[in-house]
Design a protein around this ligand. Sequence first.
Ligand SMILES: Nc1ncnc2c1ncn2[C@@H]1O[C@H](COP(=O)(O)OP(=O)(O)O)[C@@H](O)[C@H]1O
Ligand SMILES: [Mg+2]
Length: 272
Amino acid sequence: MADTTAPTPLIDMRNISIAFGGIRAVDDASIDLFPGEVVALLGHNGAGKSTLIKILSGAYKRDSGQIFVNGEEASISNPRDAKKYGIETIYQTLALADNVDAAANLFLGRELMTGWGTLDDGAMEAEARKVMGRLNPRFQRFKEPVVKLSGGQRQSVAIARAILFNARILIMDEPTAALGPQETAQVGELVMQLKADGIGIFLISHDIHDVFELADRVCVMKNGQVVGTARTSDVTQDEVLGMIILGKCPPGAIPGPGGAQDRRLSSGNKAG
Ligand SMILES: Nc1ncnc2c1ncn2[C@@H]1O[C@H](COP(=O)(O)OP(=O)(O)O)[C@@H](O)[C@H]1O
Ligand SMILES: [Mg+2]
């Protein structure tokens, strides 16, 4: 889509820094995310990806920088704040209650009750079928404890729970790391469905192939800094590997504070 008027980003993190002891885990990082967009965060172990995203989810409190949600400055200093802004994290562990079914997981901690003060299992299952039907129409195992479900199915239950909490921004940290190819494809379908619903997704992944399949843009970090940001259509996988390994920004990327710009571009841009 050609954008003549710039839409407001769902998330705009500006100049975020945090240090642990003497280590600048995240150093002046800026990143944004638009509705219906998948932005992948890439970089070696220790680059600062999880820390940056934990600042957004309220798990860590930044030392400096600002976070805007839908154009308004947000005050996020704990996970409850983040949820209030529609920011939900799908953890690698998924944090499901293994011994109960999908509906019970969706409503864990905010169960629907009947007028008599008993659990309204019928209403919860109906609601669960509605949400799951949208996300993963093939899912039928509503009567089984989630421990029996496949990795991809469990993932869809965790995402459905976030959606039910009115998530507009999903953070997925290595969602396919423990999944086989078929289940990875299933998560890909989930992501496409979420995009179609206008949800924005930050995807942390080591799998550059997955990233090029799913992400609209990539943001590469190294040593706590943003090397650069690029549309996946403007860069090659090799160029992105160069960003990750060498911290080198190709012509198709917008350099960040940590990006040594590729020589091919530098002539017109060098200050003094
Ligand atoms: N809670 C913490 N205490 C101390 N150091 C931390 C903490 N969390 C992360 N770090 C450090 O911050 C840096 C970035 O880590 P992290 O964000 O986990 O990187 P990534 O997710 O890209 O692998 C690393 O040097 C890591 O050791
Ligand atoms: Mg990490």
